[in-house]
Write a protein that binds this ligand. Sequence first.
Ligand code: FE
Length: 232
Amino acid sequence: MDVQAFFKLTYGLYVVCGKFENAQSGFVSNTVMQVTADPSRVAIAVSKNNFTCELIRKSLRFTVSALKQSVSRDIISTFGYSSGRDTDKFASFGHQTTANGLPVLTQDALAWFDCLVEKALDLGTHYLFVALVVNTEVLSEGEPLTYAYYRDVMKGHSPKSAPTYLDPKAIPSDSEKSDNIIYMCSICGYEYDPAVGDPDSGIAPGTPFEDLPDDWVCPICKMAKSNFIKKE
Ligand code: FE
């Protein structure tokens, strides 16, 4: 089986949020799709290890925020690479509460959907939830963030809990063609390319990995430099 085939499937990137009693959380998902129009329904796949999955199973409700292409990396790192069990993921980001009392991320989002679960299908590692859309709001106009953009431009990969996770070591790097030595984050798969640097963190293009400051962290998952491995 050629794992590259899976990159021919396209996705958007979303933040899915849930709440049950006093607990609330959210995570970055690339598996949200509209499945019927009348009535409007969406389907999402959620890892059973995910705290938000627990909240959705108990409340049978969730929200979806469609992210914009210019989304802050802090949103990806907070919602994609930390756990809502020990972090208040909403603390630093614009959000609101829907009429049904659910949190919804509004910062860097183009639109949101408030959803009521009708069916849950056990897929082993994940649940597939099919849900009725009960309310929506368009927040702004702009380009939606696609998984291809996240992977190709933001240099991110799916976390292990994602339905589309692939072992980063099994994915050939586009950058191997250059003389640059690429280092890859073993947590999230982000690739540090010296030719590009990390301008968002003040690292100029042309900075070799070895010259990055000791307190430099992965721009996607915020893990330390020591988690990086040289890409063979
Ligand atoms: Fe990382």
